[in-house]
Design a protein around this ligand. Structure first.
Ligand SMILES: NC(=O)c1ccc[n+]([C@@H]2O[C@H](COP(=O)([O-])OP(=O)(O)OC[C@H]3O[C@@H](n4cnc5c(N)ncnc54)[C@H](OP(=O)(O)O)[C@@H]3O)[C@@H](O)[C@H]2O)c1
Length: 317
């Protein structure tokens, strides 16, 4: 797997970078998630941003709904205006209470709200958060065109979509979809399981996503794994959870070999996949944040990758 090694913009630390889809942007291999920062003080968020930047991670993931808008607000206050052009900000829209909404009005209003809360006049990447069953591709295209032309949004993508949903939307767009953000971790890997168990009768063979992993690779769309440390749907972090003794033992053994923590190994497992995914951290703990980002420096072997996959309870056919 070839990744570029570049000096972080602040010159703080070497950081591996990837091309974000067909956007032309070269971004860190690990993105920094801001879903859980809404209750932090401005000072704490400032330290959070500094820690990320000192470790070379300058790509931040938001959504209009995180903390009811508070995640964007506190981030916007904590970020020095002079730093805006040194970082990437991604945010999302499309989730409303009790419904999903890809209407022109909702997309435009949501972006305007995010710009205000983030204290910025542009967003680097805008994602549609979850599929809206009532999506009209031409209506989304009208909103995207306007946002692009006005300079409010530079690049676009989706989240939690399957290949046909992406293709349908893409058919109406003038710009490429660069990102699909999807749940993925060593304990949530149906995209891998169905690929390994093609044509088998077991549960792992069930194709739940329409082959989105290969679709994204074929079309140069970056997959951004969300909840990279969780099992289930926000059930908890699998690290040090006694329900997963074999996984923790294996993560520890691989970590000992490289001199890193289990957290770093769990991230490195995602990065080892040749799709060049960009996992999104979720921690608000500064030491753990540094551990997640450090995974960019580890290149685990094929044997270790499969050992961790099996230790997570997966059986090879
Ligand atoms: N597109 C979507 O639909 C979608 C959905 C969910 C999330 N997201 C994005 O993905 C990001 C990550 O999601 P997530 O927050 O669920 O990620 P995560 O990294 O899987 O989970 C983070 C949570 O696990 C805890 N944790 C405990 N031990 C940990 C360890 N050793 N290492 C790391 N975390 C540990 C963290 O607590 P501490 O803070 O105490 O470390 C935090 O509460 C979000 O910030 C958001 O940007 C997107």
């Amino acid at each position: 797997m070839k990744l570029k090694l570049t000096i972080g913009k602040k010159g703080d630390r070497m950081m591996y970078k990837i091309d974000l889809g067909k956007s032309g942007m070269c971004v860190p291999t690990v993105a920094v998630g801001c879903m859980r920062i809404s209750n932090m003080s401005e000072k704490e968020v400032s330290s959070f941003i500094d820690t990320a930047l000192q470790n070379g991670a300058d790509f931040f993931d938001h959504a209009d709904i995180y903390g009811g808008g508070m995640s964007e607000t506190v981030f916007g206050k904590a970020l020095a205006p002079s730093m805006r052009d040194n970082i990437f900000i991604q945010t999302k829209c499309g989730i409303r209470k009790g419904m999903f909404d890809f209407s022109y009005e909702h997309i435009i209003n949501s972006v305007n709200g995010s710009l205000e809360r983030l204290s910025t006049d542009y967003i680097d990447v805008l994602l549609l958060h979850r599929p809206d069953a009532l999506m009209e591709p031409e209506e989304v295209a009208r909103a995207f065109d306007e946002l692009k032309t006005s300079g409010k949004v530079r690049h676009f993508g989706v989240s939690n979509q399957n290949p046909y949903q992406m293709q349908l939307l893409q058919s109406a767009l003038d710009m490429p979809l660069c990102v699909n953000q999807l749940q993925f971790s060593v304990m949530h890997a149906p995209m891998i399981q169905s690929g390994i168990n093609v044509n088998m009768y077991n549960d792992s063979a069930v194709n739940r996503d329409g082959g989105v992993l290969d679709y994204c690779r074929l079309n140069k769309i970056t997959i951004q794994p969300w909840s990279p440390m969780q099992y289930g749907f926000f059930e908890g972090c699998f690290i040090d959870d006694e329900k997963f003794p074999e996984l923790n033992k294996t993560l520890e053994a691989v970590g000992d070999k490289y001199g890193v923590s289990k957290t770093t190994v769990a991230f490195a497992w995602i990065l080892r996949h040749p799709a060049k995914m960009q996992p999104v951290t979720g921690t608000t703990n500064l030491a753990r944040l540094a551990d997640c980002i450090k995974a960019s420096e580890i290149q685990m072997t094929r044997e270790e990758w499969y050992e961790i996959y099996r230790a997570a309870g997966n059986v090879l056919p």
